[in-house]
Design a protein around this ligand. Sequence first.
Ligand SMILES: Nc1ncnc2c1ncn2[C@@H]1O[C@H](COP(=O)(O)OP(=O)(O)OP(=O)(O)O)[C@@H](O)[C@H]1O
Ligand code: SF4
Ligand SMILES: [Mg+2]
Length: 331
Amino acid sequence: MNILTVQDLVVQTPTARLVDGVSFSVRAGRTLGLVGESGSGKSVTCLSVLGLPPRGVQVSEGRILFDGEDLRAQTPAQLNALRGREIGMILQDPMTSLNPLLTIGRQITEMFRYRDGIASRAERRARAIDLLRRVRIPAPESRLDSYPHQFSGGMRQRVAIAINLACNPRLLIADEPTTALDITVRLQILDLLRGVQSERGTAIVLVTHDLHLVRRYCDDVAVMYAGRIVEQGPVEAVFARPRHPYTKGLLGAVPRLRDLQHRLTVIPGQPPQPGSIAQGCRFAPRCPRAQADCASTYPAMRALDSQRSVACWHPEPSAAASDSLLAATTS
Ligand SMILES: Nc1ncnc2c1ncn2[C@@H]1O[C@H](COP(=O)(O)OP(=O)(O)OP(=O)(O)O)[C@@H](O)[C@H]1O
Ligand code: SF4
Ligand SMILES: [Mg+2]
């Protein structure tokens, strides 16, 4: 069953389309990795799904279905009630997902009251302390009564994660949830999220620049370029045989990524700015496979098989053995 279905989503400013016809879905208990260079529209997509598009930005077309219900048709109050209860969020800027006016203890214990109906204040506090300990916040007893602004960026991110662990949502939008954390803590926290996911069958959208994490935690992957998804499918299949030249470029960059925080800028050239986009394939100026027809008409997403699709006129051959790429991302 699909928990989240996004269909033909368009998100724009008055002058530019930031997200231009994006479609994907996530089933219960599955994790979709959303990847792509900086500025490709990952965060705008996530924020739009949550009904929180950035200032000056608006969802103009498309459907966003949560459990079959159209989120675009919900009132702000209804959306607010869903967010943080049925729909969890760990955002790139953790302040966006925290309430600045409530202590973090309050934000966590409210979940226990709402979700689990725990009447005892002492028990709720004890559980909150346990959660803060699980996300590796030092001296959690003394931090419960602090406000979000009293935490550093990395600690705030952990607080947001703790709240989402308490919330145990049906859908979790996690936009680079662990970038501020070192690799050991990062893996511990993703394992915690996976534990919650298996308990409730949470559908997760995980945005990350770290393709190693995609390989380890995601079932499916959607590759974004300049506001569109250019390739989509099961992680195993896409990583083993990328069909879009851009995906191939991203994966080819992996072995050289000594530092996992490194931004994916290894493909020569720059993506186009929103608003300056020509009609043909947006990747054409950087594409080693580009031919004359690529620049004239945009290649729509088309199915390669029942699970995979690609937006390219001249995709990489299906049998192009990319075993070296596979090995590189497994290590
Ligand atoms: N409030 C805004 N007003 C106008 N343009 C915006 C706004 N927020 C984002 N954009 C633009 O939308 C595009 C997509 O941005 P977005 O933040 O979604 O990228 P991203 O894929 O999340 O990148 P990163 O990997 O760096 O987080 C970018 O070109 C960005 O400059
Ligand atoms: S459509 Fe053409 S330019 Fe675009 S990715 Fe495919 S081959 Fe490259
Ligand atoms: Mg982002």
